[in-house]
Write a protein that binds this ligand. Structure first.
Ligand code: HEM
Length: 174
C-alpha cells in the first residue's frame, strides 16, 4: 500500500515538474525573447517553475528513496542491473536539472538585484514584486536571454528523464 502511494506521488510530481519545465520553455521563453510577453508574466512563470522545482524536489527524492529501499535492496542491484542503472540515471538527471533551474532563475533575478545572496533567493525565489514598476529593470527579452541556456538545458534533461521513466515503465529487463 505504501509502495503504491509512493509511486502515485512520485509519478504525479515527475509529470508536474517535467511538464511545467517543457511548457515554460515552449510557451513563454520565445515570447519573452521577442518581447511579446511582458516582464511580469515571464517572471511569474519562472518563479512558479522554481516553486514547482522546490516542492517536487522534496517529494521526488523522498518517494524515490523509499522505492529504492523497497525494490532495490541489497543496493548492489542499483549497480548491477539495467533497471538499477536507469534509476541511477534518474537520480543524476534530477540533480543536474534541479541545479539548472535554480541557477537559471537566480541569474535572471541577479539582473534585477545584482547583490542578492543565496539565503534571500532561497527564501523568496523571483517574485513578481521584484520587477514592479522601476524604470531601470531589464525587459523580458534581456531576462529571457540570460535564462535561456539554463532553461533549454533543463528542457533537454526533462525529455531524457521522461525517456528514462518510460524505459522503467515499459519493463526494461533487470
Ligand atoms: C531523486 C530522484 C529520483 C529517484 C531516487 C527516483 C527513483 C525511482 C525508482 C526507484 C523508481 C521505481 C523503478 C522501478 O519500478 O523499478 C522510479 C520510477 C519512476 N520515476 Fe523516478 N526517481 C527520481 C526522480 C524522478 C524524476 C525527476 C522523474 C520525472 C520524470 C521520475 C519519474 C518516474 C516515473 C514516471 C517512474 C515510474 C516508472 C515505472 O512505471 O516503473 N523520477 N523512480
Amino acid at each position: 500500500m505504501l509502495l503504491t502511494t509512493a509511486f502515485v506521488f512520485h509519478v504525479l510530481s515527475g509529470a508536474l515538474w517535467t511538464g511545467a519545465t517543457l511548457y515554460v520553455v515552449y510557451a513563454t521563453l520565445p515570447r519573452a525573447a521577442d518581447g511579446t510577453l511582458g516582464r511580469p508574466a515571464f517572471v511569474d512563470a519562472a518563479h512558479r517553475l522554481l516553486m514547482i522545482t522546490r516542492w517536487t524536489g522534496v517529494v521526488l527524492p523522498v518517494t524515490g528513496a523509499y522505492m529504492v529501499w523497497r525494490l532495490y535492496t541489497p543496493l548492489a542491484a542499483l549497480a548491477t542491473t539495467r533497471r538499477g542503472w536507469a534509476v541511477l540515471a534518474m537520480l543524476s538527471l534530477w540533480g543536474v536539472m534541479n541545479g539548472l533551474v535554480e541557477l537559471g532563475v537566480l541569474r535572471m533575478r541577479r539582473e534585477v538585484d545584482p547583490e542578492i545572496g543565496w539565503g534571500r533567493y532561497m527564501a523568496e525565489g523571483f517574485p513578481v514584486d521584484a520587477v514592479a514598476g522601476t524604470g531601470s529593470v531589464p525587459g523580458s527579452a534581456r531576462l529571457a536571454s540570460v535564462g535561456r541556456p539554463y532553461l533549454l538545458a533543463s528542457a533537454g534533461l526533462a525529455v531524457l528523464l521522461l525517456v528514462d521513466a518510460a524505459l522503467l515503465a515499459g519493463g526494461v529487463p533487470g
